[in-house]
Design a protein around this ligand. Structure first.
Ligand SMILES: Cc1cc2nc3c(=O)[nH]c(=O)nc-3n(C[C@H](O)[C@H](O)[C@H](O)COP(=O)(O)OP(=O)(O)OC[C@H]3O[C@@H](n4cnc5c(N)ncnc54)[C@H](O)[C@@H]3O)c2cc1C
Length: 400
């Protein structure tokens, strides 16, 4: 196989994973990340099914297992902050106990970066132009001089630049779910140690947690509101969140909100799924959120990004670097799996949005006996586990 140089845009979960596998399969990957350093931040993410199996094959499972979150109790609060019930934290997070793992996104990014450490990684720059010349791809950057690569992979997330440059505007492929998500740190005045707190009120979801390596606690919220916010300035966004949650009946909530202004890892985005008729064009392919964002509502965004990275690199290896064959095969293998996992978001979406159904769930939900909540949680767990495992991973190194 002629050595293939591959430029990967985005050093997030998908970009780091695909860089690792490309290198292992004999390619020469280069990562370009627009952030000046590894972009950490974000909340806890779940790892399960095919994505977790890929991490095992990478040899990073022991590090992930060691660094995983280790909460045991999950507590549900009503709108006033009163405890309604308690359950195992794995059931609360729809995780198969003893099998699925939960880890802070930033910890996972560091572990993946360590695994690809000797690769070239250019921070603080972004692609501005991609010219596919049939036998190579010429790429121009904001800051660095232009270069030529054999292939380009867009792993640059929900608002992918590669997708925009090669496939078209985001609005052509993005299905906005009408829900915002935000994450920030706040002083651990609630003494969160082995316990995670969740509060579901109409169109608003709050989850509170403390990473055992941090003295601070972290808040993750998701909400749906007719009042839109078009600014992406952190100050405007923080003001906007404070306004949306101003009516909270939980007396502790203003103190949690106060952390917004001082949180260096403040994260905010709208939830959108990406649906594209194809994920490759010529010598350019997309992976992870850039190609098939499933949103945090699915609980599967990170696992499918890792699985996709493995399949994309593996198919390139199996096709001896022939991108036309490899990219088609990548899509054929991944599409049914992605469809099942994107569909997981549908139920949470119905509950989050202000439909009659959602009002019913919230009214009954507050009065629901623990056994019934347990039943619905276990049913969701079954569906999630099925979708997470709906991909047979090839052993690309079998005949090496
Ligand atoms: C800071 C942050 C926090 C997050 N927090 C959560 C969370 O709390 N819960 C959750 O479920 N999901 C979260 N996500 C999304 C989650 O990481 C992804 O859904 C999933 O891991 C798939 O990863 P990805 O690599 O495809 O995309 P991402 O993780 O979004 O990674 C994309 C990477 O590409 C980089 N990038 C973007 N544009 C360019 C460009 N033009 N040029 C070069 N690089 C670029 C980004 O800086 C980022 O490093 C977060 C993402 C980010 C970036």
């Amino acid at each position: 196989m002629k050595t293939k140089t591959v430029l990967i845009s985005g050093a997030g979960v998908a970009g780091l994973s695909v860089a690792y596998w490309l290198k292992r399969f004999g390619f020469v990957p280069t990562l370009i990340e627009k952030h000046p350093c590894l972009r950490t931040g974000g909340y806890k993410i779940d790892l399960r099914g095919a994505g977790l199996e890929v991490l095992k094959r990478m040899g990073v499972y022991p590090a992930i297992s060691e660094s995983r979150t280790k909460n045991t109790r999950g507590v549900l609060l009503d709108e006033t902050g009163r405890q309604i019930m308690e359950m195992s934290v794995d059931l609360l997070g729809t995780r198969l106990e003893g099998v699925d793992l939960e880890i802070m996104r930033s910890t996972l990014c560091h572990i993946l970066k360590d695994a690809v450490k000797e690769e070239e990684c250019i921070f603080g720059d972004s692609i501005t132009r991609i010219s596919d010349r049939n036998d190579s791809v010429h790429v121009e950057f904001e800051k660095h001089p232009s270069r030529t690569f054999d292939l380009v992979i867009g792993a640059d997330g929900l608002h992918s630049k590669v997708r925009k440059l090669v496939f078209g505007e985001e609005s052509n492929f993005s299905q906005d779910l009408g829900i915002y998500v935000s994450v920030w740190g706040f002083p651990n005045f609630l003494n969160l140690n082995d316990c995670e707190i969740e509060q579901h009120t109409l169109q608003k979801f709050v989850n509170l947690y403390r990473d055992r390596k941090s003295t601070q606690a972290t808040a993750a919220i998701a909400f749906s509101t007719p009042k839109l916010c078009h600014s992406r300035d952190p100050k405007d966004l923080q003001q906007y969140i404070a306004e949306v949650f101003a009516g909270s009946k939980w007396e502790n909530f203003p103190k949690i909100l106060a952390g917004l202004a001082n949180s260096p890892d403040f994260y905010f985005d709208s939830m959108a799924q990406i649906h594209m008729p194809y994920w490759h064009k010529g010598r350019v392919a997309l992976v992870g959120d850039a190609a098939y964002s499933a949103t945090p509502l699915s609980g599967q965004g990170t696992s499918i990004a890792i699985a996709g990275a493995y399949v994309l690199a593996g198919e390139l290896f199996e096709a001896h670097g022939d991108s036309a064959i490899a990219f088609s095969q990548y899509e054929a293998l991944m599409r049914p799996f992605i469809k099942k996992n994107q569909e997981l978001a549908a139920m949470s979406l119905r509950i989050m949005k202000g439909s009659a159904y959602s009002k019913w769930v919230h009214r009954i939900g507050a009065l629901m006996p623990a056994k019934l909540v347990d039943f619905f949680k276990k049913r969701a767990l079954k569906q999630t586990t099925k979708a997470a495992n709906a991909l047979r991973l090839k052993d690309y190194e079998k005949n090496r």
